[in-house]
Design a protein around this ligand. Structure first.
Ligand code: CTP
Length: 459
């Protein structure tokens, strides 16, 4: 009963593979999950609600309201109820609606309001699955942070052979199990996160500050905490009050206070995320009395604040991962890459003020991740919580790569005689990425060292 207590919303759409939803439901229920099914009206032509209601032990929902009774099926409540939302099978039509944000039935409305992670399992005929329009829509879903349970290869209902078959229910269940296991994936890892603005006192009532709300940094802290990591959150002034058992919040005001608090927790952290919008300058001598307006003009001498990420980057331990943010208004990529280098970051997250709905105060953001090896990845405009999810999955990969380097460093080559293989048919994209990262790190270690014969035998 590995899914005991888990609440799963299962969306079923119009596809010949809808019959497999029955077996999938059975497997989920057998593992102890509570399953609530929503069907699209076209799914009704392929499988009866009676079958799915019997297997899930709950009435199946199709319409916004139940005929005759006036009872309303609240899509917002459904979205909040679930720990995970799986849509299997996902037809090309519903995929299109999800990608474009349509809201013409209970299933699409629930998708738009779902707060929980979403997995979709497309199923369609070979040429449909290959079509660029379908590929683009799947890519859109990926950029919204959804997980795609890729279609499998095999015999299709049309008689053709190829990709497009709904992933086998047993495989889908493994992905679901893995998803819940991953929720603990950062257990035992310690994080330092800086967030929010800093206020630099001019006098007892005035300060130099900026428009940062701290939403992005707090979303990152919450995401890490929800995945089992322990967070020391150094948070500048603002209205946000994150609450999670894994988050210890240290309230600060000025850049100097932020530096002191961050320094205190930096050493023990496996990873530091510098999401704060730190004021670069502070008044040289703040007045301890309120400054009176008895002059027509005034100027305030400023001094440079310490660069928190820059200073801590200089004392970064081998194996520690540092992630920075950059907010740019011009030459974005060049500036972001230069900060990545200068501040010794492993990854930098660029958000541009040019993008509508991105940056300060918004609940959404659109970012590009830049990595040390020159790679980059751009997201769509997403809720900051989803951006935090993508960011944390990148951190996880960076920590995995670092772990291997750490393992390799203190031991001799003879002790490193091990084999790692993965079944690439069964592993998901993220797992394959982690594997590739570990492989690259290992190759870098082997090829980057000047071995003498004693130390290294190629077997
Ligand atoms: N940062 C920091 N301490 C500072 C300034 C910045 O820790 N005093 C961190 C931010 O949290 C962010 C990264 O450095 O992760 C880049 O911040 P940004 O404000 O974009 O760059 P600056 O270094 O301040 O450079 P500039 O303002 O000249 O663009």
């Amino acid at each position: 009963m590995r899914l005991q207590g888990k609440r799963i919303l299962l969306g079923v759409t119009g596809s010949i593979a809808a019959y497999k939803a029955a077996h999938f439901t059975r497997l989920l229920v057998k593992e102890g999950a509570e399953v609530q099914i929503i069907m699209s009206t076209s799914a009704l032509s392929f499988i009866t609600p009676l079958t799915l209601a019997t297997l899930s032990k709950k009435p199946v929902l199709v319409e916004f309201q139940n005929d005759g009774t006036g009872e309303w099926n609240n899509h917002v409540a459904l979205g909040m109820w679930a720990d995970l939302f799986v849509v299997a099978p996902l037809s090309a039509n519903t995929l299109f609606k999800f990608a474009k944000g349509a809201c013409d039935n209970l299933l699409t409305a629930t998708y738009l309001s779902a707060k929980c992670p979403v997995m979709v399992a497309p199923a369609m005929d070979l040429d449909m699955y290959r079509h660029t329009a379908v590929k683009d829509n799947l890519q859109a879903l990926r950029s919204y942070g959804n997980t795609i349970l890729e279609a499998e290869e095999g015999e299709l209902a049309s008689g053709l052979h190829g990709e497009g078959r709904l992933m086998e229910p047993e495989h889908m269940v493994e992905h679901v199990l893995k998803h819940f296991q991953d929720l603990d994936m950062l257990a035992g890892k310690r994080f330092l996160v800086t967030a929010g603005p800093t206020y630099e006192a001019i006098d007892p009532v005035r300060f130099i500050g900026n428009h940062s709300s701290g939403k992005m940094g707090v979303a990152v802290a919450m995401e890490i905490a929800q995945k089992g990591g322990n967070v020391e959150l150094v948070l500048g002034p603002g209205a946000l009050e994150p609450s999670h058992a894994n988050i210890q919040t240290h309230r600060v005001r000025s850049a100097e206070e932020m530096y002191e608090a961050a320094k205190e927790h930096h050493d023990e952290a496996d990873c530091a995320v510098f999401a704060a919008a730190v004021a670069d300058f502070a008044p040289l001598q703040p007045s301890d009395q309120k400054i009176k307006k008895d002059q027509a003009e005034m100027s305030i001498p400023l001094k440079r604040n310490r660069d928190i990420a820059g200073e801590l980057g200089k004392v970064k331990r081998p194996g520690q991962v540092h992630v920075g943010f950059a907010l740019e208004t011009g030459e974005e990529e060049k500036n972001a890459r230069s900060k990545l280098e200068k501040k010794n970051f492993d990854m930098i997250v660029l958000n541009s003020l040019r993008d509508e709905g991105a940056g300060f105060q918004h609940d959404t953001n659109k970012v590009t991740f830049f990595f040390k090896n020159g790679e980059k990845e751009q997201t769509g405009l997403l809720p900051k919580t989803k951006i935090a999810g993508l960011l944390v999955s990148h951190i996880r990969k960076l920590l995995a790569a670092v772990l291997l380097l750490l393992l390799c460093n203190p031991v001799s080559a003879q002790q490193l005689n091990f084999t790692v293989t993965i079944n690439s048919d069964r592993a998901n994209t993220q797992e394959r990425d982690i594997f590739e990262n570990m492989k690259a790190a290992f190759e870098q270690f082997l090829n980057g060292t000047n071995w003498i014969e004693d130390e290294f035998s190629p077997h």
